[in-house]
Unconditional design. Structure first.
Length: 399
């Protein structure tokens, strides 16, 4: 069987940042995976132990698809080893028997070191709907002091691919460098220290396993980063897209479908991973955001640009949802509303057209249908009238 070998772990200071690198051999080919950790408020160069937790959690789904065992002389946390070996690997395989293989982890085990200097609490700050809803939920709305956020984090682990269907280093770097400014600006306004982690993870994964849709692996990648920081953070909230009523374990679909089961399994003695946003669906989160004034000028949902393009599917569904809620004008600095209002029929038509392909669009249409806002009822009748007109025209043309 082919192997993923973690051969060497190095840590060094690079200016005011901490750089961790892992020398890997994947199917006999050598790679150096690195993470660069920066934070103006804290120095992470002291206290990061040489464990393989981060690499194993991140690469797990890729290894199972290829049938690669993990080998290392560096230790893995005993609880993470137990969770993966006794639960995650068997269940992923039983749900995907033709797509995955049961694999093993050959490494020494270690327990919590008992030397944690801090017990920080974090969530990601992409400034999207899920992200800002989580920040609002665990800052202003959380009544439990030990569960409130202390930090925000921003990663480069593959989400900045520009939706072009392949890895492009320039596209990734440009999008990351452009969007991280938004995260920095928001964190300052919200009063949270920000930890920024740059990495060549997406490049290594693309070279070793071929380009993979980020949605299929995002949970493993993000949790892997937090396992790097387990000596500093004790809680991490991951903003979920789906509730358990949409639970399924399919390794070729969005990991968000099984996050609520997976996240606790990727925890260990030092850090616990939690799903955020309670039982809210995307529409509910967007509605919640309209109560959070910091979201008005800082909402960034776009897949393809440094600012909201207003054209991609994420921008479209957010614009239409905010309009349906009667709160769109609050976000005039986050979106080009002039373009939206000028082409609103086209936006609404696309939402309706995509409802069968994406339940997030269907959710919006269902809200439209029960809405008391006449504006949307008129738009829906106008849209369906156009469709019926085209159908009649085809019948007449074809006799």
């Amino acid at each position: 069987m082919n192997k993923i070998i973690i051969e060497k772990i190095l840590q060094k200071k690079v200016g005011n940042k901490t750089k961790l690198s892992f020398d890997l051999k994947i199917n006999k080919k050598s790679f150096t995976l690195w993470y660069e950790i920066g934070c103006e408020d804290y120095d992470f160069s002291d206290g990061i132990e040489n464990r393989i937790d981060a690499v194993v959690a991140t690469f797990l789904i890729f290894a199972m698809k290829k049938g690669y065992d993990f080998y290392s002389e560096y230790p893995i946390s005993e609880r993470l080893y137990y969770n993966l070996t006794y639960h995650v690997i068997p269940q992923l395989n039983v749900c995907n028997p033709t797509k995955t293989k049961k694999i093993s982890i050959f490494a020494p085990l270690c327990k919590a070191n008992g030397k944690k200097k801090y017990n920080f609490v974090a969530t990601g700050v992409s400034c999207g709907v899920d992200s800002l809803a989580t920040i609002y939920e665990y800052s202003e709305l959380c009544e439990l002091e030990d569960y409130k956020l202390t930090h925000l984090v921003y990663f480069k682990t593959g989400a900045h691919d520009g939706q072009i269907g392949r890895f492009d280093k320039k596209v990734e770097n440009d999008l990351f460098n452009g969007q991280v400014k938004k995260a920095v600006d928001f964190s300052q306004k919200a009063g949270f220290p920000l930890v920024v982690i740059d990495s060549n993870l997406n490049e290594v994964l693309s070279e070793a396993f071929g380009f993979t849709n980020y949605d299929m692996t995002h949970t493993f990648r993000s949790v892997g980063v937090m396992l790097l920081l387990q000596d500093y953070f004790s809680l991490y909230y991951y903003a979920d897209a789906y509730n358990l009523d949409r639970f399924s374990i399919n390794v070729d679909e969005d990991t968000a479908h099984y996050d609520k089961w997976l996240l606790p399994m990727l925890s260990n003695e030092n850090i616990r991973m939690y799903s955020a946003n309670k039982d809210m669906v995307r529409f509910d989160k967007t509605k919640l955001l309209t109560e959070y004034s910091l979201s008005y000028d800082n909402l960034l949902v776009c897949w393809t640009d440094e600012e909201n393009c207003g054209k991609c599917n994420k921008c479209i569904r957010t614009l239409v949802t905010l309009d349906l809620l009667g709160k769109l004008d609050l976000y005039n600095k986050s979106f080009n509303l002039e373009d939206y209002y000028k082409n609103k029929d086209a936006y609404i038509s696309k939402v309706i057209r995509l409802r069968k392909e994406d339940f997030l669009f269907d959710e919006i249409v269902q809200r439209m249908e029960v809405s008391k806002f006449k504006l949307f009822k008129c738009d829906l009748r106008h849209f369906f009238g156009k469709v019926l007109g085209k159908v009649r025209g085809l019948f007449i043309k074809n006799g």
